[in-house]
Design a protein around this ligand. Sequence first.
Ligand code: NAD
Ligand code: DAU
Length: 350
Amino acid sequence: MKKILITGGAGFIGSHVVRLFVNKYANYQIVNLDKLTYAGNLANLKDVESKSNYTFIKGDIVDAAFINQLFAEHKFDAVIHLAAESHVDRSISNPLEFVMTNVIGTVNLLNAARNEWKDNYAAHRFYHVSTDEVYGTLGETGMFTETTAYDPHSPYSASKASSDHFVRAYHDTYGMDAVISNCSNNYGSHHFPEKLIPLSIHNIKNNKPIPIYGKGENVRDWLWVEDHARAIDVIFHNAKTGSTYNIGGHNEWTNIDLIHVLCKIMDKKLNRPEGESAKLITFVKDRAGHDLRYAIDSTKLQKELGWVPSLQFEEGLEKTVDWYLTNEEWLNNVTSGDYKKYYEQQYVKR
Ligand code: NAD
Ligand code: DAU
């Protein structure tokens, strides 16, 4: 029996990781620690909440005393750390929140783990889930590899880069068994509608403008969220201590091309004449410091650990649209209340 702490398990990717681990590893005790910010939602885990190998704890990783107490009480064998402030636009309006959760919160977890594990690091593992945004931006060619130098541009990516450095420092300085993965843009079910794909699905459904920053020429590499969760599983169980893996879909799209594909799918699903949803595309003021292009080279993960993405993008996008159209209640719940205030500030008043 292994006891694993998963932080941020009520969020988008975290909920997929929790689901995978709870269902696949009956012999593991999974403890999900989440503050339940606007992005955390226990409805994401309805299907696993009554399983005997799953426990939820509400708490804040910024609270060091609470984190120390939690580690002392539970004697975790490992941590898979996903809790973070994750939205670039929010980091531009409120950078300090990102420093607190992404940097201080990560260091609090590392300190608590060090304190509990220092006599036997080899029997424990700290897995830090990070992003390709730490590498900065690419021009029209090239890809990020595990040895690309860090060059973050947004407060979000700067905070994630900082947390990555701390995790490596705890491995290099104290000998903690630490592993990091850096993944590209995820998409799929339970994605909060502040991010491009779910926001566009929500707006198309409600006949509202689809806001495209700048000219829509920025490129992202999209990966099905369940493929990310599978990669985390493979890396968690097989990576060498101190190693880093890039995770990506080899699936680059300009934002505008992606939105045209999405509009086509939405026309079909909503029985609209072809071209109807695309009329909602609206070019708006660009994001400050907007990275032009991300592309991940995941050869190391594929060759060393045998992971490959499972879904073609159009198929994954269609599945995603189906999920949002059949889970209206989920979408209505997360877009009521505070979401309206955020939307006003981000899109109406700017
Ligand atoms: P998310 O915003 O959907 O979820 C984050 C979760 O963390 C939420 O449940 C939230 O309640 C929780 N949380 C936030 N602050 C907390 C705190 N102080 N204490 C405890 N819990 C807290 O994020 P996501 O998109 O699921 O991303 C998860 C992780 O994966 C993040 O570390 C992110 O940097 C990384 N990542 C995301 C993507 C992506 O495309 N979304 C890609 C690569 C890496
Ligand atoms: O690359 C991994 C990262 O992907 C993760 O680390 C982040 O947590 C995650 O939020 C995501 O960051 P992005 O900034 O790439 O995702 P977002 O969905 O916000 O934006 C995707 C692209 O779409 C980006 O070029 C900005 C653009 N965009 C976004 C929004 C919200 C728009 O054109 N209009 C929008 O309204």
